[in-house]
Ligand binder design. Sequence first.
Ligand code: SF4
Length: 371
Amino acid sequence: GQCAAVCPTGAIMVKNDCDKVWKALDEKDTRVSVQIAPAVRVALGKELGIGDGENAMGRIVAALRRMGFNEVFDTSTGADLTVLEESAEFIARLGEGEHRMPLFTSCCPAWVSYAEKNEPEVVENLSTCHSPMQMFASVIKEHHRHSSRKHVHVAVMPCTAKKGEAAREEFRGAGGPNVDYVITTQELIQMIKESGLVFSELEPEAVDMPFGTMSGAGVIFGVTGGVAEAVLRRIISNKSPAALQSIAFRGVRGSEGIKEAAVKYGEREIKIAVVSGLGNAREIIRRIKDGERYDFVEVMACPGGCVCGAGQPFVLREGRESRAHGLYSADRMSSIKRSEENPLMLSLYSGVLKGRVHDLLHVRYSAEREA
Ligand code: SF4
């Protein structure tokens, strides 16, 4: 299969990895696993004959299997790990006092490189947690480490910035990058078309075990406010359905570029900002420098979050909302709402992650790096 290059001269080409993935799929003894980011499932419908915003996860899984992938997973499972690690980090920092706050999320690589280049003083406040993509990749690479079969891991992501993240030194294991190839939603659409599958006629299938469970909290990572909401679900002590509702309506949902919310944590009032768009990130940093206090700041470079990533088919505002809606419905439909209730988490922590959490799930960003 051939993918069309963005620029015919190759001079300003965004790296297209379809050919490399097809090649890995053709290799006889290679195990090729793949993870699919939350935002992807609600964005490829229109191009493939179903509605935009419709959750096409089951069909994507079916398509990837027919294309030859041996194992198909959901990045939301990695997001559950990110929620657990980031909540723990947040609570630990709260205990260390004001000077350690706010904690900025770091799951958006475009924001991380922006901060490294332009806002060196916030780099120390970036969460040390790997993004869901990298957490999942660490786990799956570790899981197959002793197998004699060559293993290639692919991630389907909403943006090209994830290609840069996968290539970072920090995310390489002994045998190379933990994510060997990142393909965007657009590239996945291309590959599905090249494979000749009629997407709309595929019967939806479930992802593979033993890494096949995820919570609704993991799924909403794809929309602005989703990470903050998932972390809040984890840290509030009141676990009733009514409490879940009240988090949802406390201001973290909706597509405005800057949203603020406050929640009680013990005696303390936690102030949260949810930001999408780098201009808005700059604005929040300016406010912090002017003395405004925040404890947790979620930043996504794309307005609206990953549902509107640059690797996704283009949408107008209305389409953006239907994609967000698609992810919130997936959350409503999932029987596990909170990351800590995902039964897989317990077995990961007592299995592959035992004694390895720091190594496999955390990273230190540094402002000196040439981004
Ligand atoms: Fe990529 Fe945009 Fe999501 Fe950041 S917000 S991870 S740049 S799609």
